[in-house]
Each structure stands twice: as structure tokens, then as C-alpha cells.
Design a binder for this molecule. Sequence first.
Ligand SMILES: NC(=O)c1ccc[n+]([C@@H]2O[C@H](COP(=O)([O-])OP(=O)(O)OC[C@H]3O[C@@H](n4cnc5c(N)ncnc54)[C@H](O)[C@@H]3O)[C@@H](O)[C@H]2O)c1
Length: 360
Amino acid sequence: MTLKIPYKNILVTGGAGFVGSHLSIALKNHFDRIQVTAFDNLIRRGSEFNLPRLVKAGVNFRKGDVRSKKDLSLDGKYDLIIDCSAEPSVTAGTGGSPEYVIDTNLFGACNCFEMARKCRADVVFLSTSRVYPIDLLNNLDFCEKDSRFELKSRQKIPGAARQGISEEFPLNGYRSIYGSTKLGAEMLLIEYEKAYGIKAFINRFGVIAGPWQFGKVDQGIIAHWAASHIFNQPLKYMGYGGFGKQVRDVLHIDDAVGIIIRQITQMDKISGKVFNIGGGVKVSFSLLELTDCVSKLAGKKIHIGRTVRESPNDVKLYITNFQKAGKLLDFKPEKSKYEIVEDVVKWIYDHKNELRKIFT
Ligand SMILES: NC(=O)c1ccc[n+]([C@@H]2O[C@H](COP(=O)([O-])OP(=O)(O)OC[C@H]3O[C@@H](n4cnc5c(N)ncnc54)[C@H](O)[C@@H]3O)[C@@H](O)[C@H]2O)c1
């Protein structure tokens, strides 16, 4: 089916990052006669490696910072702003200043919304499952299986079920500085949508993974795990006994980009809505299961240490219940967990020499 897009000039902030670069390139590949500008301050280690991919696809690149209104006063007349810029680590600000994460994720996002108001542009905001409170998630009813924690079928908290966490899950409680900057930005965007007639939607993603993600210990777990196997880097299971049973659902980057593109073609239908988007129960891993999959696909086994103490802001389990997006947008993840790891491992082997510098 050929999709029609009602936009001609799209700005992707964080456009040199993992999601932003894939999305910018896919937009250029999908639609004729649109301009796509990727805007990024290149602070994320590895983002500069995405620039040749952007240029090759015909995406314009502008170096700039969302914290600066001056940098954002671009000459283009944008009709859609997709905010993918962020400090995306859930541990950001822990043990140090939270200034960067607040200034970028909250005030930077507000600068993007303000720019949208002035240009009369629509907005897509990439949010996170980390808006849901940590204590509530960790106090769900679990059972412990050989390789993972699982949610029991009956849960006392609304929005929680065996198939995961839906948009109905309560929002009261602490959630990390990262999570609160994202929730704050979400709330403001809903106000902008009502007050200024900007069309906008919000996607709360679980873990997204795929090639060109420069994963590190606190963000981008699949790439980090695979690269650590391939380059013999130390890894350890942290927290919850140190057995690696904590679970996340994972969404392939192609599925994440695919749903965003479908959503922006239906902006009138979904404006003002919030969606939980992720791989769901079927596409979920515990760290233990991830180790098994990576070591088979990478053809390498490494020793994995263990620490009993949890890393700050960790949760035992997060699985996305994407029923709302399923019903309204016909969303379902296409790529299996095996394909996700396979694509990441292949990417690392194909670019082993350049990537060694980043991952070691
Ligand atoms: N990757 C995931 O698993 C995941 C999951 C849930 C939500 N998200 C959200 O999706 C978005 C994209 O995440 P990602 O995985 O691509 O992260 P990423 O770190 O790869 O990309 C973010 C980009 O933003 C840029 N950036 C950071 N601060 C900036 C600033 N002040 N001004 C301009 N650019 C700046 C970085 O250089 C980087 O290129 C983020 O909002 C993140 O919170 C990602």
C-alpha cells in the first residue's frame, strides 16, 4: 500500500542518533518530494558515524542543540517536528548533576514545541516506558521461572496484566529523573495540542534495538551485550540476586520506524493520543536468555560476572501491552527477537574495525 504524507518539510531533532537517523532515512526513502533535516549536537558517542548514512539518503544535517532557542531558529519552514533528541539513559543524573538531562529532555523538548507553535508545525514526541513509576512496577505480582521473572495473570494494579503494562497504568510515584523529564514534556505537549491547535501524538517506547545503535551499559542493551561478546568486554548481571532474570520487551528499529511513519499519515485520527509501543511478551528477553541468544548468534561465549545490588532505577520487568496501538493502528511487531539479535550481530561483524573503537 502506498502511504501519502501530508508534510513537505520535516525536522528530526536528535536526527543523528539511533532512532532519529533510521527515521530520517526511512522518511526520505518512503516519500518523494519531501525535505528531511536531521538536527543534532552529536553528543552521543557514535552519532557522528550516522552522518554519512544521512547524507547518502539525501537528508540535510544541521549541527545544533535543542537547549538553544537560537540554534533552533532555523530558516526552514517546517510542517512536522519529530523530537528524537534526548539524553536517553535512565541513570542520567544519578550521582551527579541532573542539569543536562533536564535541560535537554524537558526544556529542549519545550523549545521544540515552541518552535512548532511558531511554524504551525505538527509534533511527534518519542517518550518512554520509564514514565511509569518504579516502585509500582517492582511491586507487581511476579513468579520466578528458570530463566526469567514473569508477571502473574492476575494483578491488583490497573493497567497491568500478564501481557504487560498498558496506558492505564497509574502515574503516581518516582520514576527517575529521565522518566520525569519525559513525562513533563509529554504533559506540556498535550497542553500545546489543546491550546494552540498543534496536532501531536506521543509514543512511549520500551527498549528499541537494531543496527547503528551505539549501546552502552546504561542504554542500548542489545548492542552493548552483543558488542561485549564480540569484543571480549566484561559484562555482569546486576541486581535481583545477580541471576540475570530481569526482563524487557524489545522492538526492532524497523518496526519502530514503520509504526511512526504509519502514524504520521493518520495524524488527524490520532492527535492528542498516547501509545505504549513495544515488542510485547513474544519479543521479550531476560538477560540470561539474551546471553544465550547472543552467544549462539555471535559464536562466542564469555564469562559474565554478577552483582547482587541493583543498578539505580532498574526494574525487575517491563513488558509493553500494545493493545491500544494494535486496535487503533493495526500495530504488531513483525521482527522476532532472534531477528533483532541477528541483525545487531551482523552489523557489528560487518563493521568490526570501526566499531571496535566505540565499543571497547
Ligand atoms: N532506544 C530506545 O530503546 C528508546 C526507548 C524508549 C524511548 N526512547 C526515546 O527515543 C528517542 C531517541 O532515542 P535514541 O535511542 O535514538 O537515543 P540516541 O542517544 O541514539 O539519540 C539521541 C540523539 O540526540 C542527540 N542529542 C542529545 N542531546 C541533544 C541536545 N541537547 N541537542 C541536540 N541533540 C541532542 C544525541 O547526540 C543523539 O544523537 C529519545 O527521546 C529516547 O528517550 C528510546
